[in-house]
Ligand binder design. Structure first.
Ligand code: HQG
Length: 183
């Protein structure tokens, strides 16, 4: 059993190499973001961040946002979402709930209302069904503001929605006409 802070350290390391910089430790991700667990364990140890398969399983099982997933045979692992490198998670297009939320910081609102929600460094704009999740996402960058997204109207106009394995709704962008700032 590992301490919470040890698990957090490994989780942050995994976010870095499985979402953003696999080359840092010399691993490669396939086109859907998967990498070999054996190779990850070897290269992580060589890079000065050693952990066991059991620890990796503990991190995957306990990740508060279910950030990572093993393949069915347990031989591969990937991040469920949040990538900045070019990969295709191959998620199906789905009909979204009528309303979705996006949490942001108050200082971004003016810009969002002029150019819409953009994906920035990530592959998609991240939306959630859960208002409380949007509050905590917004708090990461400052005073949180909740945006209500008219997902039903966007879907009706042909915008594609996908849902990651950990329940994050993903879209390319959200034009301003679908955004309402909660008072
Ligand atoms: C903002 C965490 C100005 C956007 C969370 C956000 C999430 C604009 C920031 C996941 C803008 C991008 C994603 C515009 C968007 N003008 N600001 N036109 N369009 N923004 O971190 O959604 O811990 O890339 O509001 O749980 O905050 O990584 O996106 O504030 O699911 O697993 O630009 O990250 O998960 O920030 O967070 P981010 P996000 P993890």
């Amino acid at each position: 059993m590992n301490s919470k802070s040890q698990l957090t350290t490994v989780s942050k390391f995994l976010s870095l190499v499985l979402r953003h910089e696999p080359h840092r430790i010399g691993i490669a991700l396939d086109e859907a973001g998967w990498t070999s667990v054996d190779e990850l364990l070897r290269k992580a140890a060589a890079a000065g961040c050693p952990f066991s398969r059991a620890t990796l399983e503990e991190v995957v099982a306990n990740s508060d946002k279910q950030r990572f997933a093993f393949s069915e045979d347990g031989l591969h692992i990937r991040a469920n979402q949040g990538h900045s490198i070019e990969i295709d998670l191959d998620l199906p297009v789905l009909e979204p709930p009528d309303i979705l939320f996006h949490g942001t910081a108050s200082r971004f609102v003016e810009s969002i209302l002029s150019s819409g929600l953009e994906r920035r460094e990530r592959h998609h704009v991240h939306l959630t069904q859960h208002r409380q999740t949007a509050v905590s996402v917004g708090q990461r960058y400052g005073e949180p503001v909740i945006l209500r997204i008219d997902a039903q109207a966007m879907f009706a106009e042909g915008h594609e929605f996908r849902c990651s394995a950990n329940g994050v709704w993903l879209v390319e962008a959200v034009p301003t006409k679908f955004i309402q700032v909660e008072p």
